[in-house]
Design a protein around this ligand. Structure first.
Ligand SMILES: NC(=O)c1ccc[n+]([C@@H]2O[C@H](COP(=O)([O-])OP(=O)(O)OC[C@H]3O[C@@H](n4cnc5c(N)ncnc54)[C@H](OP(=O)(O)O)[C@@H]3O)[C@@H](O)[C@H]2O)c1
Length: 331
């Protein structure tokens, strides 16, 4: 066992584009568990686009990460010492243990069944898959025959959304950056069409592909892409606001959607959601997602980078689109 616990802490609040230098790597002694606690060793860290906004001192669904605090993050970790009933050395757990090699935890850490693939537990069968499932089915309420458009479509969440839409009998159209990601969407993930927002006119392509309008728009991106979709919604459309990654690293006040008035004309609804509100029902999502994956109806990708020292660099991959699939870091 190593003698020290390396931690990534927030050094200062980022301004505009997140920088590696907004974090600092520090060495701390490895803590010892008290009664009712476990000591765990981090194996995989999950990178989330939302992490950028957790660093801003603004109202959010969770308090901001404090300056000097260990960066917040979800992991799959292994129990190395236990003073907690039901948890033994060697058990695999998942929870918010942060960007550190060792962490103390309690019964809030969820034990993973023996043999669970940790990359699966942090992607399709973790928060990502649960977000896609409830965001589309509960907030988007797709009906058979609907046209569902997804932004950030080749990403971890978006790719699952489009595939669930297909399973539910909808047409799925994905918007993603670059020919490689768009080809993956139509050739591997079964989307009906893909739009490369980096080389195509998104508005023109949406008009061509959705002559009767967009029934469900699942938005991971915000900005101009949201605007183009709002201009083309159908009567009674549902616009699901899952994320807005195009705005994450903007400095100052971001522009609002210009075309929101179309929600009035089309009697549409635009609604945000936070996956945390659905975690009590995670079992429903996991059961369906596992079954569909087992039947070969769902594909997914994980992008595993290595080395704890690369945590900030790995997070940054999300904002340039360098990731292909769920972004993880293996320690
Ligand atoms: N509401 C919730 O509870 C909840 C929970 C989890 C995730 N989310 C949201 O879901 C979204 C996807 O998260 P994820 O973990 O699945 O990440 P992801 O989609 O696997 O990765 C992020 C992707 O965003 C795209 N992107 C980055 N900057 C962009 C820009 N300026 N314009 C357009 N696209 C850009 C990139 O794809 P391209 O190469 O295609 O540009 C990148 O690969 C995020 O917005 C996240 O905040 C919400």
């Amino acid at each position: 066992m190593a003698e020290t616990n390396r931690q990534w802490r927030l050094r200062k609040r980022p301004v505009g584009m997140l920088q590696e230098s907004d974090f600092e790597l520090v060495n701390q002694p490895i803590p010892q568990p008290d009664q009712g606690q476990v000591l765990v060793r981090t194996r995989f860290l999950s990178m989330e686009p939302a992490m950028r906004r957790w660093l801003d001192d603004v109202p959010n669904y969770m308090p901001p990460v404090e300056i000097g605090a260990v960066m917040r993050g979800t992991s799959v970790a292994e129990v190395v010492a236990s003073r907690l009933d039901g948890y033994s050395p060697g058990d695999r757990v998942t929870g918010m243990t942060g960007w550190q090699e060792y962490a103390l935890g309690d019964a809030g850490l969820r034990k993973l069944p023996d043999g669970t693939d940790p990359t699966l537990a942090l992607s399709l069968l973790g928060v990502t898959g649960i977000t896609a499932y409830f965001g589309l089915l509960e907030i988007g309420q797709p009906k058979e025959g609907d046209t569902v458009v997804v932004s950030g479509a080749a990403g971890a969440t978006g790719s699952v959304v489009g595939q669930i839409a297909r399973i539910k009998g909808c047409r799925a159209i994905g918007i993603a950056g670059g020919a490689k990601k768009c080809a993956w969407l139509t050739e591997k993930a079964g989307f009906d069409a893909a739009i490369d927002y980096k080389s195509e006119d998104v508005g023109e392509r949406l008009s061509d592909l959705c002559p009767d309008g967009i029934d469900v728009f699942f938005d991971n991106v915000g900005g101009d892409i949201l605007d183009e979709a709002l201009a083309r919604i159908s009567r009674g459309a549902r616009v699901v606001i899952c994320g807005s990654i195009s705005r994450s690293n903007l400095e100052g006040k971001p522009p609002g959607p210009a075309n929101y008035y179309n929600l009035v004309a089309q009697r549409g609804r635009m609604q945000g959601f936070v996956v945390l509100d659905f975690l009590g029902r995670a079992g429903e999502a996991i059961a369906d997602l596992s079954r569909w994956a087992g039947e070969g109806r769902l594909v997914w990708e994980v992008d595993v980078q290595k080395g704890f020292e690369n945590a900030p660099k790995t997070l940054l991959r999300l904002y340039s689109g360098a990731n292909f699939g769920k972004q993880l870091l293996e320690l």
